[in-house]
Ligand binder design. Sequence first.
Ligand code: UFG
Length: 330
Amino acid sequence: MSTILVTGGAGYIGSHTVHELNKNGFNVIVLDNFSEGHREFVDGLKTYEVDLCDVDGIGKVFEENKIDAVVHFAAFAYVGESVQNPQKYYYNNVVNTLNLLKVMLENDCKKIVFSSTCATYGEPKYMPLDEKHSQNPINPYGQTKLTIEKIFKDYDRAYGLKYYALRYFNAAGASTEKEIGEWHRVETHLIPLILQTLTGEREKITIFGEDYNTPDGTCIRDYVHVDDLASAHRLALQNLLAGAESEFINLGTGRGNSVKEIISSVERVTGRKVPTVIGARREGDPDILYASNEKAKKVLGWEVKYTNIDDIVKTAWAWEQKLHLKKSTN
Ligand code: UFG
């Protein structure tokens, strides 16, 4: 049985991946500093409360366990905050990844699956976005992830580090099996924000611009279910453990939905009207982003289970209602 260290394993995508790995016979160890993660998401699993700025702390985890590979989620991921406070992002995302890699190499652990992002591409030049698209991030968050991708390339050449850098599009939805889902310190993502207008936590959802060059004027994004992301991480790990070479791979459904389509989907799924208001464009939002997932299908044998946006929204709604109850009883 392979032992896998999952950094940021108590976060949104991390916790779904942890359960996917656990279910598939991996021995999972979670590392999280719990600044964003939730203890109840990793109940019953071997967990270390360690911040990746603490090299000795990481060292202890590797001393106490024979780790075969790492899945590295731990990072800050608010685009807006990264513009306001880039230092926080470069230290936490880049320097802390260097710390993790240092300890991995010292312990001869040379396989890593990494959370990258479509934000590494920047302004899209063509659609669908494939892995060969140029990479010019337009915010520090995207820069940190691209920097780490470059570090991996150098470390592969010099030290034989093998990596799968998975570039996610818009993660959405929640597990239907476990009590886990999207629960951010500050919510900025479209689907939970819309759903929170229906739990009464928010008055209305502001549509950021309806004058984009799309059929209904609102931005189009590729919403991919978090359980599909989790299965891709498992497949990536299996490839690496079988001796695969390093890869960069997009994870998206290959199709996009506009902001207004997402609102309509929520209305269909919940049978309720969403209160909306049209606002200004948000800086840095391209009209359309969706993935080419041909490489993921070919290299990973990945199959997207959630191809219909209503099915994704259904799982997000089930979770949001549970979360609302949690928040109101805490
Ligand atoms: N949107 C609104 N109103 C809101 C929030 C969002 O209209 O209140 C719109 C945005 O303008 C965008 C779409 O909904 O068109 C999705 O926005 P999100 O903030 O949910 O997601 P992003 O596409 O901005 O962000 C995602 C990931 C980031 C990643 C980024 C890459 O969450 O981590 O894609 O572009 F960096």
